[in-house]
Design a protein around this ligand. Structure first.
Ligand code: APR
Ligand code: ZN
Ligand code: ZN
Length: 362
């Protein structure tokens, strides 16, 4: 039977979010209803609220979540009721041209639940953020969006792997393929950049240079594993990274801001034949201008990282294992735990740069 739960809804462009009663239908074929235990507040939720993603209001926000499967629809084999899962926003199809070539992390046809959640009362369909909508006591997703992990881990910590932290770690270990002994620079040390730093450390990077315009962000980056820091407001980051890498530039530079000027810094702070990874997400009006000769002459690879090029079924359990072994401190990313009614205030703290992650716990 359909259920009614509390959920955070963005009603219209730039309007404050509201806690509303949401109707969650029974799972259709291939679907799962998940009882959400924790959901992090991500920039993307704010972008939805601001109308920066699309105009499909009202949105049911929240997408960085962990919880317990409550029920599943027909034909679900991946998970069963009672499983502790992390939600992901790229349930791979297994059939598209990327999947069929053995590269499912690029899946071009990811899917979501087959039925819609609605506003109780009016019955207005809700657009769940990134096909998840987890600022709600329960949410309906495709079963492939659920990855079972060890239930011993705190939901607030596990849920972070569902978006920003996975994007950052994956930018380093999957997209950038950072290896032992590599030098790495990370431009932009918010949650995503700090996760890239943690990922580079995990991969055995010899030097990890954190670049940001705020000293307090650099201090945090050091605690995540940065070996050197550069404040790019007061010194030239390209020069500084070269100086710290024997005059050459870093093997891998990760851009975790999403702006043309920081991308250009990443491009030139990299050694010949090195790799640039863009994990920061730009906005539509941004343009990049580079001498094409430098693009050719500097060689190497210029890559973008979608969701850390992660494969949830491969990466989530692996990172949870490393966390439990004490080799990856995911708990450091949780700045504060808040209630469902506090999302609007959490957005303000995020915009002010005061938190890595606020996490709504149920
Ligand atoms: N140079 C260096 N650092 C910068 C600059 C700049 N010009 N501008 C901003 N920063 C720093 C900020 O000080 C902050 O520490 O970048 C960091 C951005 O962090 P957050 O705002 O917390 O964003 P985060 O969640 O880490 O996401 C970063 O990745 O997934 C994308 O959409 C996301 O584009 C965003 C990016
Ligand atoms: Zn596919
Ligand atoms: Zn996100």
């Amino acid at each position: 039977m359909a259920q009614q739960v509390r959920g955070v809804v963005a009603p219209g462009k730039n309007e404050p979010v509201r806690v509303e009663t949401v109707t969650v239908p029974d799972p259709g074929p291939g679907d799962a209803v998940v009882q959400v235990q924790a959901c992090g507040v991500c920039h993307t939720d704010l972008h939805y609220k601001q109308g920066g993603i699309n105009d499909d209001f009202p949105f049911l926000l929240g997408h960085e979540a962990a919880g317990v499967v409550e029920s599943v629809g027909e034909n679900v084999t991946e998970v069963e009721p009672g499983d502790f899962v992390i939600l992901n926003w790229r349930a791979v199809c297994g059939q598209c041209r990327a999947c069929s070539r053995g590269r499912p992390w690029y899946c071009f046809d990811t899917h979501n639940a087959s039925r819609q959640m609605t506003l109780a009362g009016s019955g207005t369909p809700l657009s769940p953020a990134l096909g998840i909508g987890a600022f709600a006591e329960k949410t309906l997703v495709a079963a492939g969006q659920c990855t079972k992990v060890d239930p011993e881990v705190s939901p607030a910590v596990a849920g972070l792997l569902g978006c920003g932290v996975m994007a950052g770690i994956g930018a380093a270990i999957n997209t950038g393929a950072v290896g032992r002994g590599d030098t790495v620079a990370v431009i932009g040390c918010g949650g995503v950049g700090d996760a890239a730093i943690a990922g580079a450390r995990l991969a055995g990077a010899s030097r990890i240079i954190a670049v940001d315009i705020e000293d307090r962000k650099l201090a945090l980056a050091e605690s995540m594993g940065a070996t050197h820091t550069v404040n790019s407001r007061t010194s030239d980051p390209v020069e500084a990274v070269r100086e710290l890498t024997g005059g050459f530039g870093a093997d891998v530079v990760i851009e975790a801001v999403g702006r043309p000027e920081t991308y250009e810094q990443a491009f030139y702070a990299r050694d010949l034949a090195g790799t640039v990874v863009l994990v920061g997400v730009p906005t539509p009006e941004m343009r990049l201008e580079l001498p094409l000769l430098d693009v050719f002459g500097r060689g190497g690879s210029l890559k973008s990282s979608w969701y850390g090029d992660c494969l949830p079924s491969r990466d989530f359990p692996m990172l949870i294992d490393l966390h439990q072994q004490g080799r990856l401190d995911l708990a450091k990313f949780v700045t504060e735990r808040v209630a469902l009614d506090d999302v609007e205030e959490a957005f303000s703290r995020m915009e002010a740069g005061d938190v890595l992650r606020s996490v709504v716990v149920f």
